[in-house]
Every structure is written in C-alpha cells, then in structure tokens.
Design a protein around this ligand. Structure first.
Ligand code: BGC
Length: 378
C-alpha cells in the first residue's frame, strides 16, 4: 500500500512539472542578459520620419499592454547599417522572435541571417525581406490589391479619352513598391491601351504600355524613372520637374497615381500650384491623419486604409505562436527570390470622401476630434 502511494505521488509530481514546463512554453521564457534585462520579442521599424511607422509603433504599444511578454521597439532611420545594429542589440538581449520591417528588402537579408543563426524566429513585417532563406513568416497586407484599388479609383473617375496620367512609385529598394505598381498597372494598362489615359511622365512606361503584365525587370525600368524613394522632397521635386517638362496641353484635368499618402500630399501640393492644372484626381495609401484631413478638404482624392491594428495583432499572434513552439497560420506564400515565405495577407479598404466617416471614424480607427470639417461630408 505504501509503495503504491509513493508511485502515484511520483506520477503526479512528474505530470505537474511537465505541465508547468509546457505552460512556460519552453522556449517562451525570456532569457536574462548580462544587464539583467529580459526580452522575448524585438521589433525593428524603418523610420520615425514617416507618420506611417509612428502609427505602427503606437498600435504596437497599445496592443502590447495586454500581452505578458516584454518587447522593445527600435527604429532604423532609413539606414540598413543601423538596422543591422538594432537587430544585433536585440539578439544580445536574448530575443526569441524578431519582428522586422526592413528599410531595404535585400540589405536586410544579413540581419535576418544573424537572427536565424542566433536561433531567433524572423517575422518580416509589412515589407518582405528578400534574397535569403532566413525568414520564417511574413505579416502583410495584400499589397497588389492596394495598387489595384489606386488604379481602379483613377479609372472610375475618368471619362472620355486622352486624360493626362502621371505615374509615381515607391522606393525600388522596397519590395512592396513593385507589388503596388503591379496592382495599379493591371488596372490602368487596359485603360491606357483603349485611350482613356495618356502617360505623361515616363518614356519607359510608354514603351511598355502594350504589355498587360510586366516582368520585375520591366517594372524596375519604369520605377527607375518615377520613383519617389518614399521621400516627400524627392516626390515634390520630381512632380515639379515633370510639370516643367509638360506643355499646357499635357495638363488640364489630370490623373495622378501617387504611391502613398506622404508622397501624395507633396505631389498634390505641387500640381495644385500649377495654373495649367484645372483639376486633379490623386491616390494615396496608409490613411495618415494628415491625408484624411486632405481628403476632407478636397486636396487628396482617396487613400487606402491598411488597418494597422490588424497587422499588429497578426504580428503579435504569430510571435506568441513561435514563442510557444508552434507555426502561425498561412493562407499563401510570397517568393522572396530564395524561398516561398508563408503569409496570411490582410484585406484593405479604399477610402474617399463618400465613405470616410464610416471607414475611418465609425470604425474607431481615428476619432472625429482629430479632424476639422467632417460635417461637410455628411
Ligand atoms: C508600406 C507603405 C508605406 C511605404 C513608405 C511601404 O512598404 O507598405 O504603407 O507608405 O512603405 O514607408
């Protein structure tokens, strides 16, 4: 009898301790660094100079308040060397999962590989890290559909033929710039062929306008001419030089593919200042506060809302699953030149003055007191 009791005691101790280990998630326990700091997840974002990434930082902070894991967020300030340094700092603090939005898709491969070598799971956030096998998961919006929404908006607001079309793109170092352009081209190209639009600012795009789909190299040639480098000043200067080169007949009622909100505001202001421009329709993306105000004020036509709350929640969910030794859900893959990276892209919403209140305010994305003139939209 005594022997039997001892046996069951031993069994329960073993069971309890294995449950306790499982609850800690094994790998999930943050490691202690020499400085005494413990860190489970590290987040690296590209720059503080664009409101888009401040949005992500704030949404991460809001969401992380509810999680038990310690997390640090670092910014790379548009510099791949600084980005690598950030990753190394986080590795030395013992992170188990790295959530990283690369400044430069290819240059970030070295950071991803350093993390992989240290046993850290790598989640590519919003932008894909290319040319390496060291990416475990990709958290993203459907970027091709962002471009399609932009192109569709221009198509839906054009009548007749011969409408002047000005094309602008993101940075060639950002894989997303190609996906946005691919989506926009798929919608715009048939409308260029049928004469609705006439491209005014890219000889490379004109040379390729009969091709419904473009290779990456072909897109690269066009992007080389129309890149804003995601920089407001570059966007402004390029728009100015395009308008200087164009004749009054190339202006009038114009259509502008602008890749995101920051560049859209810069380009819109430049077109608005040209007296030969009678009206313009211009796209954007990110639903930055300043651009939502521009839409209310009639200075920007549309934006694409990429609900950062969803992206942040997906990233945290994937990180926690990795910490617990699991594999996050994937619905598709993105080829990064070396491997097919598993991903579950999120949907986006096209927003203009007709649905701004429901999409931006009623959804709780921003509050009405952050804007003026909302009553004019009702
Ligand atoms: C992001 C956009 C952003 C752009 C510039 C892209 O990779 O998807 O949301 O506007 O980078 O930072």
């Amino acid at each position: 009898m005594k022997g039997k009791k001892f046996f069951w005691m031993l069994v329960s101790i073993l069971l309890i301790s294995s449950f306790a280990l499982a609850a800690c998630g094994g790998e999930a326990t943050p490691t202690e660094t020499a400085g005494g700091e413990t860190l489970a997840v590290g987040i690296v974002l590209p720059t503080k100079d664009e409101p888009r990434w401040i949005q992500d930082e704030n949404r991460f902070k809001e969401a992380l308040q509810n999680e038990g894991y310690s997390v640090e967020i670092l910014f790379s300030q548009g510099d791949s060397a600084k980005e690598k340094q950030n990753v190394e700092t986080l590795i030395s603090k013992g992170i188990k999962v790295l959530i990283i939005c690369p400044h430069d898709s290819t240059a970030a491969a070295a950071s991803a590989e350093a993390a992989r070598a240290a046993g850290v799971k790598v989640i590519s956030y919003d932008r894909l890290i290319t040319d390496t096998a060291a990416v475990d998961y990709y958290v993203t919006f459907d970027s091709v559909s962002v471009g399609k929404a932009q192109g569709q908006y221009l198509v839906d607001h054009a009548t007749g033929t011969g409408n002047p079309l000005y094309l602008y793109a993101g940075a060639a170092s950002d894989n997303n710039a190609f996906l946005f352009f691919e989506g926009a081209w798929s919608v715009l190209q048939p409308k260029i062929v049928d004469g609705t639009f006439v491209i005014k600012n890219s000889s490379e795009a004109v040379a390729l306008q009969d091709k419904p789909t473009l290779t990456r190299e072909e897109m690269g040639r066009i992007i080389g001419q129309i890149t804003t480098n995601w920089d407001f000043n570059v966007a402004k200067n390029l728009a100015e030089s395009n308008l200087t080169a164009a004749t009054a007949a190339d202006k009038g009622d114009v259509f502008i593919l602008a890749p995101n909100d920051g560049t859209a505001r810069a380009i819109a202001d430049t077109f608005a200042a040209d007296t030969d421009v009678t009206s313009y329709v211009i796209t954007g993306q990110d639903a930055e506060i300043a651009s939502v105000q521009y839409i209310i004020d009639g200075k920007q036509s549309m934006t694409v809302l990429k609900d950062v709350r969803v992206l942040v929640a997906d990233a945290i969910k994937a990180a926690v699953i990795f910490l617990e030794g699991g594999t996050p859900e994937a619905t598709t893959t993105y080829n990064n030149g070396v491997i097919d990276v598993p991903a579950k892209p999120s949907a986006v919403v096209s927003v203009d003055k007709t649905n701004l209140i429901s999409a931006i305010i009623d959804s709780g994305y921003y509050t009405a007191d952050q804007f003026t003139g909302l009553e004019n939209l009702k």
